[in-house]
Design a protein around this ligand. Structure first.
Ligand code: PMM
Length: 283
């Protein structure tokens, strides 16, 4: 198990970390409803842990385009029992939330990383909450909530604009007091991005890496892979049948040494990381 203590620098074990996803939601695009009951979510998290997940990311709000937000009481009801149980079982837990209130309760329940897909833009208290608690923070590129985010997928140069906007978000995080050694960046694949934007970001990942922070890559099961793998009639490949393609991308980004991948299946992605790592370290 990767050591990931509060108030200490991020673990960097020399290979890409694998973050397994537990969506405690009725409506996530990739696995909506499958793990909505707390017992099912806990069992799923434990299964991912047994497969070798370095972290378990627990979320209670679907961020799919067009999704309606649960209120914070409902989000807390969804995630806190699951985080409590997984942390007690020894998992390194991250909480996928845009709300400072949920982040704070999740940290109290044992989470050691806050994965904020809004990168501090959704809740003005988020950055100071994370700074005060001294936990690690995933700062993702974000332009707005799910209900209208795809209308914001307009760029002259997506990579340059993501770099600029993420730099702004990083500046705010540092100003709020989050230690640079606890920051992880994420380009936000599919968040106010078309498939073409996602491919450009993957192609030019070096420009995001140049910001100098560890990178988390979340492409698992996303729509652009469904489009890539569409059948002859043009029907996109369903989300749960995109895992092999997701794993291929894991191998490619692990080969360049990204800090982590956020994925729905753990064992095949751990294997992909092992292959990439073996090649990377062969002289
Ligand atoms: N994607 C989703 C949710 N949370 N967090 C980070 N850091 N990066 C992502 O790309 C990301 C995320 C949406 O996917 P899901 O509904 O399958 O969880």
């Amino acid at each position: 198990m990767t050591q990931f203590a509060k108030s200490s620098p991020l673990p960097r074990p020399g290979r890409t970390l694998v973050m397994g996803v537990v969506n405690v939601t009725p409506d996530s695009f990739s696995d909506g409803g499958e793990w909505f009951e707390p017992d099912a979510a806990i069992a799923h998290g434990l299964a991912l842990l047994a497969e070798g997940a370095d972290l378990i990311d627990v979320g209670g709000e679907s961020t799919r385009p067009g999704a309606k937000r649960p209120d914070s009481a409902e989000e807390l009801r969804r995630v806190i029992p699951v985080i409590t149980a997984l942390a007690a079982a020894g998992a390194v837990v991250s909480v996928d939330t845009m709300r400072s209130e949920v982040a704070a309760a999740a940290i109290d329940a044992g989470a050691v990383l806050v994965n904020d897909v809004s990168g501090g833009r959704a809740d003005p208290q988020m950055l100071t909450t994370v700074a005060d608690r001294g936990v690690a923070y995933v700062c993702m590129h974000w332009r707005g909530h799910g209900e209208d985010m795809q209308s914001r997928a307009v760029y002259d140069d997506v990579v340059a604009e993501v770099v600029d906007e993420l730099s702004e978000q990083v500046g705010a995080a540092l100003k709020a007091g989050i230690g640079a050694e606890r920051l992880i960046l994420d380009p936000g694949f599919g968040f106010a991005k078309t498939g073409e934007h996602n491919w450009q970001l993957l192609q030019r990942l070096d420009e995001i890496e140049a910001l100098g922070y560890p990178l988390l890559i979340g492409v698992s099961r996303k729509t652009f892979l469904g489009t890539l793998l569409a059948d002859e009639a043009g029907r996109p490949r369903p989300a749960t049948q995109r895992d092999d393609a997701s794993m291929a991308l894991t191998a490619l980004v692990a080969a360049r040494g990204v800090w982590g991948v956020r994925v729905h299946t753990v064992r095949p992605n751990r294997d992909a990381v092992a292959v990439a790592q073996r090649l990377r370290t062969t002289r």
